[in-house]
Design a protein around this ligand. Structure first.
Ligand code: ZN
Length: 422
């Protein structure tokens, strides 16, 4: 009987997933869920599909354990769009070329979907009975987030996905620091907390600026102040551990590539992105709205940030209105899941270290932490592909993953499930 390697199996499954167009919108994730169900049921893994609408199914598979702590391997099956004109290959071809698998979602994140499915199938075929259930969740709608995916599962089918530990996307980058490999593991996320700066003036005929008070001009001054603003820094446990690893206590002393990793972990960020004022060329606006993207540190409140931002803007005719506050959750660093990930990277490279990071962006980990207090880490190791190369391919043209990294990720997930489930 021919034996198929984990490597070949993950490659074939990923190619199948890439050929299933799940660009969101509209998503159509059910085609990916059905493909996974066929694969997993053949391997003897129980699966169930949960869908708010038929074409946007989430798949949940379970390898039953003995009542111990549960582990969820979570991932999303939707992707962002792709413009074939910009690509070297067809973005939905799943082509294997030069040792890499090409297609939209190859990195974000059908590779981890395929690796998680192959991991749970492999354990099932081996007859492995973990201490606690191992759950595989392939959810819809992460890229747009209109409540068809993990947030919807948490609210409507909590029993299907509740877990003590969880591995998701958002980390696994490998750096070399003074010749020593450092793998990044995301353990926390900033809070997406955009606000509206509503600037007031007085309207008037645009031919006579002297008689009016132009809210747009006033807003320009406030935007300049935001651009010059340097928020107060605070050192949370994640950057503290990170700085300890790189042997400094002074973030200002870091070189550019490290600085780019550490800086977002030290303070909130503000980027003005949208501005709206007069609708008519000859009317001086009495109102100017500036939308600002803002990311708060985990644990930082909007009231704390607002006091600081108002301090930087000074007294002026504006209102600061928060538009939302989503995310900003963190998991502890000293856990059995951390140890399991660390033992994997050290098994691969004896002198490797694992470093915690706070993600500037948002992932589904937030929903698991919020709903169940799950210890959630983002980790999918990349070694063959440089992390800065991967970063330029995500949501961009010619997205692809080396087969070596797909295999590494699959072995990693098997290792975590075995280590935690012993
Ligand atoms: Zn993603």
């Amino acid at each position: 009987m021919a034996t198929v390697s984990v490597r070949d199996e993950a490659t074939e499954l990923l190619q199948g997933l890439l050929r299933a167009d799940t660009v969101n919108p509209p998503g159509n994730e059910t085609i990916a869920a059905e493909l996974l169900r066929a694969y997993l049921e053949y391997a003897g893994v129980e699966c169930e599909l949960f869908a708010r609408v038929p074409e946007r199914a989430n798949l949940v598979a379970r390898l039953p354990g003995n009542g111990g702590p549960t582990l969820a391997l979570i991932s999303h099956t939707d992707t962002v769009r792709a413009d074939p004109e910009e690509w070297t290959v067809d973005p939905w071809s799943g082509e294997l070329r030069d040792g890499q698998i090409w297609g939209r979602g190859a990195l974000d994140m059908k590779s981890q979907v395929a690796a998680s499915a192959v991991a749970i199938a492999t354990l099932a075929r081996e007859g492995f009975v973990p201490a606690g259930d191992v759950i595989f969740v392939a959810s819809a709608d992460e890229e747009v987030g209109e409540d068809f995916g993990l947030s919807w599962l948490c609210a409507n089918h909590p029993g299907a996905i509740r877990a003590d530990y969880c591995v998701n996307e958002g980390g696994g980058d490998r750096l070399s620091l003074g010749g020593r490999p450092v793998y990044l593991c995301s353990t926390a996320e900033k809070m997406s907390s955009p606000f509206l700066l509503r600037v007031h003036g007085r309207s008037g005929h645009a031919s006579m600026p002297g008689i009016a008070d132009n809210a747009l001009v006033r807003a320009a001054g406030l935007i300049q102040r935001l651009a010059a603003y340097r928020p107060r820094t605070r050192v949370l446990p994640e950057p503290e551990a990170f700085l300890r690893l790189v042997g400094t206590t002074d973030p200002a002393a870091l070189e550019p590539p490290l600085k780019a990793i550490v800086e977002p972990m030290l303070s909130h960020s503000i980027s003005p992105t949208i501005i709206e004022a007069s609708k008519q060329r000859n009317v001086i606006p009495a109102l100017c709205d500036v939308v600002c993207d803002c990311r708060l540190l985990p644990g930082e409140t909007q009231a704390e940030a607002e006091a600081e931002i108002r301090g930087a803007l000074g007294e002026d005719a504006y209102e600061l209105l928060w538009l939302e506050g989503v995310g900003g959750t963190a998991s502890p660093l000293d856990t059995p899941l951390w140890t399991a990930i660390e033992s994997f990277v050290q098994g691969e490279e004896a002198d490797a270290v694992l470093a915690p990071v706070v993600l500037a962006g948002f992932t589904d980990s937030h929903f698991m932490r919020e709903a169940f207090g799950t210890v959630c880490y983002g980790f999918f190791p990349m070694r063959a592909m440089e992390s800065d190369v991967a970063a330029t391919l995500i949501h961009s043209a010619d997205e692809r993953i080396p087969v070596d990294d797909l295999e590494l990720g699959t072995r990693f997930l098997i290792h975590v499930a075995r280590t935690l489930g012993e």
